[in-house]
Design a protein around this ligand. Structure first.
Ligand code: FAD
Ligand code: NAG
Ligand code: NAG
Ligand code: NAG
Length: 584
């Protein structure tokens, strides 16, 4: 009964605070902490969620903060002369996997925090040149001031341009060269380690004609430090957005075609509710009236009280198997988002109806929780680990258009078997489907595809299974293994990277460039070598490993037998091995 009450009051909280409680905020916590602050030594680094997939703590001997290319060259030379392991860190470290960890405690970090200047906007050539620590927000705002636009970008603007290129981040489009930011790179300057004859570091200037650009524009941070990036822009334009909610019975048929029909199409899918929300989003003539703004609600600053309440509810529902509670929470979350058009407004203040027409730079990306002053801890980004709030895993992979219908239909078979098993995902706004195109980047998409993005509850205790664990694990294995999905490099648990390099036809070319630029592997770590397939061990076998996506279970103890979860085959994908709850 108590839960029921909580579930019913929760939506009201949601609604009330989302709509009326917008404080200005603090900047996020620096992911790097040093015990000696004067010298920036004895440091730890984490991601913005405060936890890597394997929950390891990552140490570094020192952090450096270069402010220009010359200083970058100096610090890379110094690392290379001393044969130090190094990693490039950013002011955010928003990637979930531990790309940012240097090996051992003696490694160095080079932060791009102060490589934060826009260097040039060339209105005639329609391009922007930035230092690599510049944020997406800066690029969007500065370009717009010059009447220009970066057409396709991630939806969250709290990312650095170096980090975006590092992981192949994207928005959603099948038009032109597609939605990946790295497709717009016209020049990239990267500082690599070198021998004594070159002063231990080398500045490589890669123009569009240079074959190594295919490696460097999506490098996982393994080739060296990207100091400067030049991107091709377009004249600023306006867009018109309408969200269309439909029954999802023909989603498999619609998905691929919908991406061809609208330039900025994407889809939110709520499987248990049998609903798909289609984003009908296209360019319109610049004189179309409208001053719409998209301030995506999940990226807004949220009251700590509300975050704690939701987390407490989830924590309570999990161990007692309160699936219905999850489903009501999901309905509330979804209907609140739909009723508020996910944070779209027609004029920056209120939403009065579709279509919402506005300038591209007011609609493409958002992240207002970044501006809030967090020190008071009254509001924060929902995943800020300094408050009790969201704590989740994220599974994200792209499935080729040629087989995406089959994948969707397989997931729908799972929905039929266990519809409520999907409510946990719907609490985190369902499955986000976005369009990506085949890329010339060696580690980029291999064919035109739909990227599926799934966020779900993670316990603070690594040995605690999640409710309907089996559903999410089966989707993960269906996508990654049965349909050969390509994992998003900046998201995912370790299982998604199992054998990943075999999926890229130019993986060998990437490794060649890596050997040429960083023959000693200073920018690599044991973990990155495992992902690249150069070393064993990207997945590991131990008690409870499947709960955290550190392995695919092959024995019951990889799940949580004492809590009723055993290793069993999938229900739709029989080859899958998933942690299934057999008893309470
Ligand atoms: C709220 C949120 C929303 C998101 N939305 C999207 C989305 O819409 N679309 C999408 O595709 N992704 C999205 N992501 C994932 C995001 O794109 C990636 O995690 C991104 O790489 C993180 O950027 P960052 O600046 O924090 O880089 P980091 O995570 O710090 O770094 C990523 C990698 O790039 C390397 N790197 C960074 N800078 C340099 C440099 N100058 N030179 C060499 N290597 C470098 C790092 O070493 C590391 O390997 C989202 C993430 C969050 C938290
Ligand atoms: C130490 O780090 C801070 C940023 O946190 C930076 O401003 C300062 O310059 C660094 N000091 C040294 C000696 O590198
Ligand atoms: C969805 O639409 C199909 C046909 O368009 C119909 O057969 C089906 O009953 C609908 N499902 C729901 C849940 O409305
Ligand atoms: C927009 O401009 C075009 C020509 O540039 C004109 O034909 C059209 O009528 C204008 N539309 C509006 C809504 O002003």
């Amino acid at each position: 009964m108590a839960f029921l009450c909580l579930n019913l009051t929760l939506p009201i909280f949601f609604f009330f605070f989302f709509l009326f409680f917008h404080l200005a905020l603090p900047t996020p916590e620096d992911p790097i902490k040093c015990s000696s602050e004067d010298t920036n030594t004895s440091c730890t680094v984490t991601n913005s969620y405060g936890m890597f997939p394997d929950r390891s703590i990552c140490e570094a001997e020192r952090v450096f903060y270069p402010r220009n290319e010359e200083e970058v060259v100096k610090v890379v030379a110094s690392a290379s002369e001393r044969k130090k392991k190094v990693k490039v860190a950013t002011r955010f470290c928003h990637s979930i996997p531990k790309w940012v960890c240097p090996d051992g405690q003696k490694g160095w970090l080079i932060s791009t925090k102060y490589l934060n200047r826009v260097l040039e906007i060339d209105a005639e050539a329609k391009s922007i040149t930035v230092q690599s620590g510049v944020t997406l927000k800066q690029v969007i705002e500065e370009s717009a001031k010059a009447g220009l636009a970066l057409p396709y970008t991630p939806y969250w603007w709290g990312l650095t341009m170096g980090g975006i290129l590092g992981t192949g981040a994207h928005g959603s489009s099948l038009w032109g060269k597609g939605s990946s930011v790295h497709e717009r790179v016209v020049e990239l300057r990267i500082v690599t380690p070198a021998g004594p004859q070159d002063g231990y570091a080398k500045l490589q200037i890669l123009t569009q004609q240079h074959p190594h650009l295919h490696a460097a524009k999506l490098s996982l941070g393994l080739l060296g430090l990207i100091s400067q990036i030049t991107l091709r822009l377009e004249p600023l334009f306006k867009r018109s957005i309408t969200y269309l909610t439909k029954n999802d019975s023909d989603l498999g048929d619609q998905a691929a075609a919908f991406g061809q029909q609208h330039e900025f199409a994407d889809i939110f899918w709520y499987p248990n509710q049998h609903r798909a929300v289609y984003r009908v989003d296209d360019r319109v003539p610049i004189n179309t009236s409208g001053s719409g703004v998209y301030d995506f609600i999940p990226f807004r600053s949220t009251p700590s009280l509300e975050l704690a309440l939701i987390r407490t509810t989830e924590d309570a529902q999990e161990p007692i198997g309160d699936v219905d509670g999850k489903c009501s929470l999901a309905k509330i979350a979804t209907s609140t988002l739909m009723a508020t058009a996910y944070g779209l407004t027609n004029n920056g203040v209120i939403f009065t109806g579709f279509p919402v027409v506005g300038f591209h730079h007011h609609l493409q990306a958002s992240g207002s929780c970044l501006d809030v002053d967090m020190n008071a801890k009254i509001t924060s980004c929902p995943w800020d680990f300094r408050v009790k709030g969201e704590f989740f895993h994220q599974t994200a992979f792209s499935i080729g258009l040629s087989v995406v219908k089959n994948f969707i239909e397989d997931v729908q078979k799972l929905v039929e078997l266990e519809p409520k098993g999907f409510c946990g995902i719907e609490i985190y706004n369902g499955i986000l489907m976005r369009y990506v195109k085949a890329s010339s980047a060696y580690l980029g998409k291999q064919e035109d595809a739909i990227d599926f993005d799934i966020t779900y509850y993670r316990s603070k205790d690594p040995m605690t299974p999640r409710l309907n664990e089996d559903i999410i694990e089966e989707i993960e294995q269906l996508g990654i293994f049965k349909y050969g999905g390509l994992p998003h490099w900046g998201k995912n648990r370790n299982v998604a990277f199992e054998g990943v390099m075999n999926k890229y036809k130019n993986a060998g070319k990437f490794l060649k460039v890596k050997d040429e630029y960083d023959s000693q592997g200073l920018f690599s770590s044991e973990w990155t070598d495992q992902v690249l397939g150069l070393k064993e061990g990207v997945t590991i076998s131990k008690d409870g490993c499947a709960l955290e996506g550190l392995c695919i279970c092959s024995q019951d103890n990889h799940c949580a037998p004492s809590k009723g979860y055993f290793c069993r085959p999938g229900k739709v994908y029989k080859e899958a091995k998933i942690c299934t709850r057999l008893r309470y």
